[in-house]
Design a protein around this ligand. Sequence first.
Ligand SMILES: Cc1cc2nc3c(=O)[nH]c(=O)nc-3n(C[C@H](O)[C@H](O)[C@H](O)COP(=O)(O)OP(=O)(O)OC[C@H]3O[C@@H](n4cnc5c(N)ncnc54)[C@H](O)[C@@H]3O)c2cc1C
Length: 465
Amino acid sequence: MSRRAVVIGAGLSGMLAAAVLSAAGADEVVVVDRDELPDGPEHRRGLPQGRHAHLLMAGGLTAMEELLEGAELRKRLLAAGAHEIPLNSGMVALTPEGWLRRWRRAGPSMLTCTRALLDWVVRQAVLERAPVQIRKAAVVGLTGSAGRVRGVRLAEPGGDTDLDADLVVDASGRGTRVVSWLDGIGVTGVREQAVDSGLVNASRLYRVPEGAEDFPLTIVQPNPYLARAGRSAMIMPVEGGRWLVSCGGTRGGEPPADPEGFLRYTLALPDPIVGRLISGAEPLGDVHLSRSTSNVRRYLEKLPAWPERFVVLGDALATFNPAYGHGMSVAAFGARVLSRELTRGGMTAPGLARRVVRGAARAAEPAWSMAVSQDLLYPEVRGGGRPSPADRLVSAYSRRMMRAATGSFTAASVIWDLMSLRTPPTRMFRPTAALAALAGPPLPPLTEPPLTEQEQALVRRLDRT
Ligand SMILES: Cc1cc2nc3c(=O)[nH]c(=O)nc-3n(C[C@H](O)[C@H](O)[C@H](O)COP(=O)(O)OP(=O)(O)OC[C@H]3O[C@@H](n4cnc5c(N)ncnc54)[C@H](O)[C@@H]3O)c2cc1C
């Protein structure tokens, strides 16, 4: 009997899920997206966040490479112009505890490119290896019952149609209507939690100035410990000889969309390095704003009963404040859970859907805790309640680790591993890590960004402020 899987959404979760379903033996995999997908690395409406900086952490890249084995994703991205940023040496970062040093010893890397390029490369890799169909339509509901989902309802120009499926995956992202779709088949009582720091992102592309091709990724991080709005800015190299500059401000510290205000915002941060660099760089377009940044968790895994044949992955299950750069990695972890469960019992195994939703929720937990525990420190945060004594303890310990990281390679490695989602958060409490945190930074704090003489000269040359 022929088996059909339907995936809602052709973003990262959706395309990775499609690859996994195809590899697991689905005869037909249909990915439904309301967008016409571009035939190249181009921005599209359905991914408004694509205008903003997207860091791909090592943990997420590893998961994607595992899911698309043989596709050589990293190599393809680099060939298409993505940058590989070694966290130990390729980044200049001002943290709330001071500047991180740049070390000669190795550490993990992250990839930077536009979101459009990443999605296009992943999509191509999936479509090359798996007979996946893409269908342009908006999903408006599920069909079936509270016990078993049987397909999706599509809004198409000629009217609504039903598309039957043996398994449905909701990968429709942050704006999913999953709660009302579930309600439509009689599944009620989903608990949702939103923790909203009111973060606004403002981003603009620039041409990389001559001589700045190898300038490190530069970031001034927000400070959640000052009982006032967090403000940050980052210069991230992307393909095509461009810098993607993203500012982020929590409620009361939002960056503006006008070009002069955007520059002023970067110059007013605790260090003006981002503003000094972009003041002499050529902008390539407007400033784009995003307000869609809340942490949102839908506790689907906690429902007393879950319909068979329906799985929810990626942002549709949990979204995080983008400042932590974890959403795409968590999307890949969710697809990896789906892959493991499919290998065990196939697409129609009883209880598969529930196991996947539970596993994907577990895989989202570290990123959720990291984001929420920090966001709760901002004064104007909405939702989530006050941090518990345990939250405060973990937050104080993380802060101590960050302070140590400004002058200790061991502590810096802990921070990189956590940031990369390569290791579980318990990494922070291993004996060597705890000792490094308790001992504090053996080297004195840096009073200036850790730049080479050549890089300093470049900053001076570009500075028009
Ligand atoms: C400003 C910002 C910056 C970010 N920066 C980072 C970062 O640095 N690093 C990182 O890892 N993550 C980052 N993220 C998070 C990242 O964008 C998401 O985690 C990631 O896109 C999740 O992938 P997804 O496939 O689940 O959803 P999406 O990528 O959002 O894809 C959803 C897809 O579903 C389609 N769709 C939606 N509704 C329907 C429907 N009803 N019918 C049919 N199709 C539908 C959409 O068109 C879209 O193609 C950032 C997010 C924001 C907002």
